[in-house]
Design a protein around this ligand. Structure first.
Ligand code: SF4
Ligand code: SF4
Length: 196
């Protein structure tokens, strides 16, 4: 019997639709399960979610990057421990950075909701579709953090309200040294030279 259903996401409309589907499914199936929202971006990443909204049943991520229909939500709940895992895959072109799996690198924007005016600059300008927009709260939300270009801080520069922050640049410099990235870069340069 399912005990806990979590909806992981940033409170965007897609996440709310997911919560509604889950609530209705729980109600129609007569399951005595708690439904929790997980909105903390670091926790979402630590749970191996690459796109929101996501659904976890008894701690296991069973769906991500998709709003379930009522029937799909019911199927996920009825499946219990045997349910088929349907996880969004990180776009292959964003899955690695210099050979390092992207989920091993902590680099993504964090939005201070108190400062965000919902101007939309970051949402409409990021070339990697990292943000969604919460129309109800009129706030930007970080929906696909692992798609953020490692080392890029463009949206922080664009945000005139100083609502966006990133890890310290030293984190990135240490990573480059620790993982021997410069030797990979040298090989890339050699390849470039050959092709010119
Ligand atoms: S640019 Fe800044 S203020 Fe504007 S939506 Fe993005 S985070 Fe919010
Ligand atoms: S840092 Fe660059 S890639 Fe990352 S979210 Fe901001 S604009 Fe997009």
């Amino acid at each position: 019997m399912v005990k806990k259903v979590e909806v992981l996401g940033s409170g965007c409309p897609k996440c709310r639709q997911t919560i509604k589907a889950v609530e209705k499914a729980v109600q129609e199936l007569g399951i005595d399960a708690t439904i929790e929202k997980v909105e903390d971006i670091n926790e979402i990443i630590s749970r191996d979610v690459v796109a929101t909204p996501a659904v976890a049943v008894d701690g296991k991520i069973v769906l991500s990057g998709k709003i379930p229909t009522l029937d799909e939500a019911k199927a996920l709940l009825k499946g219990g421990a045997k349910m088929k895992e349907e996880k969004a895959k990180l776009d292959p072109k964003f899955a690695y950075w210099k050979g390092i799996p992207r989920e091993e690198i902590t680099w993504h924007p964090t939005i201070d909701e108190n400062r965000c005016t919902g101007c939309g600059m970051c949402v409409t300008s990021c070339g990697r579709n990292v943000f969604d927009y919460n129309w109800e709260r009129k706030k930007a939300v970080v929906a696909r953090p692992l798609q953020c270009m490692v080392g890029c801080t463009s949206c922080q520069v664009w945000c005139v309200f100083d609502a966006i922050s990133f890890p310290e640049p030293q984190y990135e410099k240490d990573l480059i040294k620790k993982k021997g990235i410069l030797s990979i870069v040298r090989k890339q340069l050699e390849e470039m030279k050959k092709s010119t």
